[in-house]
Write a protein that binds this ligand. Structure first.
Ligand SMILES: [Ca+2]
Length: 169
């Protein structure tokens, strides 16, 4: 369910300078006020994923698109958390599968470990959102190189550095 009026209000509050665009820092502290803690690089990735005009900040329209993605992720989290407030790796695997990501074991466990900040095998909502943002941006980046859609890319060192710099956590 989408409530554009509510989103508009939220956006305008975060856009404290009234520029029509919100920055990564503004977005990070707005999430923080809602008890969701993200690293600045994850917030920058959120902006990059939907930065349709590529100006480095987030317009309302771009924010609506990001919000759609976040709602989907939040729904996947609620479906599996069974009132514990966190997901274990098996749940994360199932959630990713539902969202169309089927990772093999080495990729999956490496990603899970990277976002399990407390190293206790429990991913809270913000950890899980960060993980999904990372996986989605990695897929977008991969697809931009996989122009023939063969599920395989060849990178030279510069392209590889570009990719890792873009996807850093
Ligand atoms: Ca933008």
């Amino acid at each position: 369910m989408e409530n554009t009026g509510f989103l508009r209000e939220w956006f305008d509050r975060v856009d404290s300078e009234k520029t029509g665009n919100i920055t990564a820092i503004q977005l990070k502290s707005a999430f923080s006020a809602g008890n969701l803690e993200f690293s600045i690089s994850i917030v920058q990735q959120m902006i990059r994923m939907y930065d349709f005009d590529r100006n480095g900040t987030m317009s309302f329209e771009e924010f609506v698109a990001l919000n759609k993605f976040l709602l989907k992720v939040q729904q996947a989290f609620s479906d599996l958390e069974r009132n514990r407030g966190y997901l274990v790796p098996d749940d994360v695997y199932e959630a990713l599968l539902k969202m169309g990501f089927s990772l093999d074991s080495p990729a999956f466990y490496t990603v899970c470990e990277s976002f399990d900040l407390k190293k206790n095998g429990r991913l809270r909502l913000d950890d899980f959102i960060s993980l999904c943002i990372f996986v989605q941006s990695a897929r977008n980046l991969f697809n931009s190189f996989d122009t023939t859609k063969q599920g395989r890319v060849t990178l030279d060192l510069n392209q590889f550095i570009y990719c890792t710099a873009n996807c850093r956590i």
